[in-house]
Design a binder for this molecule. Structure first.
Ligand SMILES: [Fe+2]
Length: 611
């Protein structure tokens, strides 16, 4: 009988569940995909049910259940912080207490109730950064590696350096609250008018529109930064220890005024702040990476924690850092803690041997639910959809490639859903990266999101060095590395003096839809091993057009979790201006749908809170 370990992350944000069977990751999913509530933090009952059902198990069959952090240590940090800042932090303390008293201090009881009282074994609690470190190292393709974790905060740790070898992790260094690279970045996410714990990606996307004119000021005033990348923050500029705001009024005086109000115009100031904090972050990550290399002597690096989703910094670590190879956990945020907690239990606590897989042990991160053609047909018939069914895979792939090649925007739903925040082809919207209008169309008519946001390319792995400053052996199957577009593919812009959002209008390369204003791109390399069907589609597209590059963006609108079921996908397709939808072997064209004109986009968008 296999040993079944269930990992759970919950009660903060991005709750998730993961099932590890004899050390193999067999299922993982984030709760938001089922409840349709972005960053859902509640007990992941749907994700747990999916993990168990997909393996034919019940909660009573589980050998161990692991939670991704230690709630009592977290509470200890809360109390100590309150005492240190008392009485000014009382409001914050008062706001947080009810949830602690009702739920978080009773996590075993809550887990027991969540599992329906069926699980009779013990609960294991791993430390937050142990969970991140385990999620980074154990699935990686390395026998030994340095492990870097950076996030907002766990119990006390906000970052760590470990050394992984075989089935063992050894924690070497820790950075502790309130000094935190994740919280520093989030403070400026807040200051520039975006939502904390979700808008960090927007801040990173905004950075290339600005100039890093505040970088030195930030380092001088806000930080005491050491050569090893560790730092202390001047907390008089920040509010998160003693208020419900991320920054204090003192920060306003440094940047000429208060934080931007959300949904108001983005000015040059926000763009310059974004560029500056991004530059500071990159400098710190590079310093820490060098130090990690120095103290571990490892040739390879693995990373996790929310900051590891900063793919611009990751790209620099790969290109400029001391490591031969870098592997980043695709579910680098707290959802991935569920996976790390389960793997930590199997390897570190149960001391089971580890076998390293050449490609990695994450299986393309395609670990979520999938649906059969029979289930899809039944759903499509129930809503009266008009569709084409392709029993032949060759014809199916050809039809999809043809649709994209003729400038259609195609929703693509196949295989198991991705685990992690990026859509990797299974729940993606695809388009032709050569198109001049596609960036604007996708942002404003399909995803209904801010016009400045860039799109990412998916490119055949074998062609990556033709388009981007990457070597063919530098793979990026999880879209976590940003690389410059090759000089040969760039086009001269008409006016180098364009500033701010005007830069958007300039055509910068032969694949303009995925070339950001600084000539960078967040690359996903597609290979047969990780994503076979996606590879076949792009290969066919290349045969038709000569281009091996597609736009790959997540299948959702602004504020909506990525689609999970055929029903989610069909609804999103019908309510937006997408031209075609692929559900496994079915192709549905918007023009064929009898009721396509009557649909109210506004009503659909109103279902999701703006992120
Ligand atoms: Fe975390």
């Amino acid at each position: 009988m296999a040993v079944n370990i269930l990992g759970i992350s919950a009660y903060y944000h991005d709750s998730a569940a993961c099932l590890v069977q004899d050390g193999k990751i067999v299922a993982a999913a984030q709760e938001e995909r089922f409840t349709r509530k972005k960053h859902d933090y509640r007990f992941p009952e749907n994700a747990v049910e999916f993990c168990l059902e997909s393996s034919g198990l019940q909660a009573s069959d589980l050998d161990l259940v692991t939670f991704y952090d230690k709630p009592l240590l977290k509470f200890d940090r809360l109390l100590e912080t309150y005492i240190a800042y008392a009485p000014s932090g009382f409001k914050l303390f008062q706001m947080g207490m009810p949830l602690w008293l009702r739920q978080k201090l009773h996590t075993p009881r809550e887990l027991d109730a969540g599992l329906g009282g069926q699980y009779k074994g013990r609960f294991v609690f791993t430390e937050h950064h142990e969970s991140h470190a385990a999620s980074a190292f154990y699935p990686s393709p390395f026998e030994e590696a340095a492990i870097l974790t950076l996030d907002g905060v766990g119990e006390w740790a906000t970052g760590s350096i470990s050394f992984g070898r075989g089935n063992r992790l050894e924690m070497k260094k820790e950075l502790r609250f309130p000094h935190s690279l994740g919280l520093l970045y989030s403070a400026f996410t807040y200051f520039t008018g975006f939502k904390v714990n979700s808008g960090e990606y927007k801040l990173m996307g905004l950075a290339p529109y600005g100039e890093p004119i505040y970088k030195d000021l930030m380092i001088e005033k806000l930080l005491d930064l050491k050569d090893d990348g560790s730092f202390r923050m001047d907390m008089s500029y920040f509010g998160y220890c003693n208020s419900d705001l991320m920054t204090s009024p003192k920060m306003d005086s440094l940047f000429g005024g208060p934080p931007r109000q959300s949904e108001t115009d983005i000015t040059q100031r926000e763009m310059d702040i974004a560029a500056s904090i991004q530059a500071v972050t990159e400098e710190i990550v590079l310093k820490i990476a060098h130090y990690a290399h120095q103290i571990t002597g490892a040739r390879n690096l693995t990373m996790a924690g929310g900051v590891a989703l900063n793919c611009v910094a990751n790209g620099r670590v790969l290109r400029e850092g001391p490591f031969d190879q870098v592997w980043i956990q695709p579910a680098a945020g707290d959802a991935g803690g569920a996976l790390g907690a389960a793997l930590f239990t199997w390897y570190e606590l149960l001391d089971k041997p580890r076998e390293v897989m050449a490609e990695d042990s994450q299986f393309g991160s395609l670990l979520g639910p999938c649906y059969s053609n029979d289930e899809i047909r039944a759903y499509l018939d129930s809503v009266g959809a008009v569709y084409h069914f392709h029993g032949d895979d060759e014809k199916l792939v050809d039809h999809i490639a043809e649709l994209i090649a003729t400038e259609n925007v195609v929703g693509h739903f196949s295989d198991r859903a991705e685990f992690g925040p990026r859509a990797l082809g299974s729940r993606s919207i695809l388009g032709d990266a050569r198109s001049l209008e596609m960036q604007e169309t996708m942002n404003l008519k399909i995803k209904f999101r801010e016009s400045f946001r860039p799109f990412a390319p998916a490119i055949l792995r074998e062609d990556v060095d033709e388009y981007f400053e990457m070597r063919c052996d530098e793979i990026s199957p999880y879209m976590l590395l940003v690389a410059p577009v090759k000089q040969e593919k760039r086009l001269a812009v008409e006016s180098e003096s364009a500033r701010g959002l005007d830069k958007l209008k300039q055509v910068r390369s032969s694949v303009p839809a995925i070339t950001h204003v600084d000539y960078s791109a967040r690359v996903q390399t597609i290979d047969v091993q990780h994503h076979p069907r996606f590879h076949a589609i792009i290969e066919r597209f290349k045969e038709k057009t000569g281009s091996p590059v597609l736009i790959n963006t997540s299948f959702n609108v602004r504020g909506e979790p990525i689609v999970n079921t055929p029903e989610d996908a069909f609804r999103c397709f019908m309510f937006t201006n997408m031209d075609a939808l692929v559900l496994e072997s079915f192709i549905i064209l918007k023009q064929d749908q009898p009721n396509a004109k009557e649909i109210d986009v506004e009503a659909y968008l109103a279902e999701f809170a703006l992120d």
